[in-house]
Structure formats: structure tokens, C-alpha cells
Design a protein around this ligand. Sequence first.
Ligand code: AMP
Ligand code: MG
Length: 390
Amino acid sequence: MITVDAALDRLFSLTSPLGTETVDLAQANGRVLAEGVVALRDQPPFSASAMDGYGVDTTAVEIGAVFKMIGESAAGHGFDGTVGKGEAIRIFTGAPVPQGVSHVVIQEDIDRDGDQITISDRLGAGPNIRPLGADFTKGQTFAAPRRLTPADIALLAAMNIPQVVVFKRPDVALISTGDELVMPGEVPGPDQIIASNTFGLKAMLEGMGAIARILPIARDNIASLETAFDLAKGADLVVTIGGASVGDHDLVGDVAASLGMERAFYKIAMRPGKPLMAGKMNDAVMIGLPGNPVSAMVCGHVFLAPVINAMLGLGNHRTPIQTATLADELPKNGMREHYMRAVVMQGQIGVFDQQDSALLSVLSNANALLIRPINDEARKEGDTVSYLPI
Ligand code: AMP
Ligand code: MG
């Protein structure tokens, strides 16, 4: 048995960033930027009004000051001339600020009478002008790698970047194994259950930016497993579920080995998830997850997420952990790192009484995995503990 950290190190040594591709900005949300971007323009490209109001010279701004209106500057239609002493223009949000204007008096602070305006006694703070390049300037860099958010997409659009170079999405093949499994929607026989893990993992992987393919269920025999591995060809990551233990029907390890899988490790000092194997199979990384539904999902958070991030060029990191205050006491932990289903609320974390790794309803109600280190001493209420948000 090896530790979670050692297993992750070995997984990282099997993994490298995938190639890149160019995509339209409109398709780039959630993708990982592979090449830094340089702003093609200043924003704003001119000094611009931040308010709807009246543009004047700032030195003339005082309550009771009177100005003569000489024109208008609207967004997309600037004012061409110069605004002189005692003069004002009507100006709108986003409009270019012309020569001679250094203050926009908000319209709520103005009394208007035909071509004449007077600053009323509700004087707001100024100058309500966004200087040229206040947001970003031409040549400014936007660094990679970085997972693009909606705000990033808006920023890149404003920089006039129509396309970006991103890491390819990892192609993941998901193989459920077991004679007892049928697909959701099918009618199970009396001894059968529904294959749930591949669906949970597909959802998780796609949320991370991978493309996950659910392959037909492999049965607990060599030929069926060989067919499944054959269908997985071309994937960057092949994930099997179940059949990784030491039971008579646990054939995944043997079949994978016969197809050339070089095993990097098998069995991890963690709970749930002990029977986990990994290695390199042709060009793909192969990870064999345990079949118990909660084990498979926990291993997804702990191992698949960092591997996907590494393939996406985001570096080799454990899934970030956070800390919270323990709501109840916990007994001493044993020889395996324990990922306990838990709920975090307002900085307090409490674990569920039921920690059986078959209970998906408990996992579904959890929003955290409380991490008990190997041989962690007994913990009392109020202790600070680590958890993984899920
Ligand atoms: P195994 O590792 O194959 O012995 O499976 C352990 C447990 O997980 C058994 O109860 C299986 O029925 C169950 N199991 C295996 N694969 C899946 C799956 N894809 N979806 C739901 N349960 C599964
Ligand atoms: Mg099985």
C-alpha cells in the first residue's frame, strides 16, 4: 500500500499536458488558456464619461456656476470641437470626453433652462471620467495557463481577441465492469443493479473540462474486458470501475496487464478507495477505480481531478483543501487516510454517521470530504480539520 501523496506523484509521472488547439472566444469558457494573450488596444480607447451628465472644466465647478450648452457627446458619436470657458456639453455614459472637459457633473446635480445650465446644490463627487487605458492598455499581457471564466472571456473580447489557443480537452473512456450491471433505463434482472458510477464520473469529468465517453458495460470475463479496452483506444485516460479487487471475478488488472499495461501502483492507504490501480497502457494513462459507488466518486475527486488538470496544463497539484472547525468529536484514525462524507456550514464541519462506501444518498447530501490523516489522533469539537469541498 502506498500513500495518497505517493500515488499522486506516480500518477503525475505518467501524465503530461495534452496538445493545444485554437478556438473561437465564444467557445472558450472553461477551457484552459495555453498561450498568453496581448491586448490589441487600450480600454477605454479615449477618456470616457462614467455618467450621464454635463461636461465642463473642473476649475469652474461650484454650486451656482452657470454654463452655456454648445453640443453633445454620446456613445459612438463624440463631440468634435473644444469646450471653452463658461461652456458645457451634454455627455452620456461611455461617450468620448472632448478637449476642454475635465469634469462631468451628473445630470441629477444640474438645473437646465434651454441652452443654459446651473450647477444645483446637490453637488456629487467628480470627475466621473474614466481615463484612457484605465482598464487595460495595448500590449498588456493576460498570462497562461489559466482556466477561463466568463469574466475572462469578457475581458479578452474587450481586448479584441477573437480566438485563443487552449489545451485540448482530455478524452476519457469510462468502463463499468460487472455481470450485475445494467444501464439506467433498462429493466434490471433480480440480481442486477444499475451502473451509476460511470454517470457520476462523466458529470464530474466534464465539469473539469474533459470529454468523457461511457463505453458499453464490460462483463466479468476476459473477452468482454478486452472488447472494452479496444473501444477505449484513442483515449488519453482510460478509467475502469470495479473488478479491481482480489475476488475471483476481479479480472481488470490481469486483462489490462495482458494488453500491455505497465502498472505503476496498486492499493492505496486510503478509505474509501483502497483497491485502486494505475499505469500506462499504450499512450493512455489507465486508472482502475474501485466499484463501490462512493469509493469511485471519492477517487474521482482525489485522483482523477488532479490528473485531468495536469493534462490541461495546469500543473501537478493535489485538489486544494480547506479547513473548518469540527462540530463533533472523532475517534483516532487508523492506517489509512480517511475521506469522510461531511457537511460544512458556516465554517463548521460535521460528518455523517453512515460512512459505508455504497451509500450514494449520503454522498449526495455531503458537500465536503473531511480528511483524516493516517494515524490521526482523536479529535474533539472545535479542532481545526482539513476537508475537500465537493
Ligand atoms: P467490485 O469492485 O467489482 O467488486 O464492485 C464493488 C461493488 O461496487 C459491488 O457491489 C458492485 O456491484 C458495485 N459496482 C461496481 N461497478 C459499479 C458501477 N459502475 N455502478 C454502480 N455500482 C457498481
Ligand atoms: Mg465487480
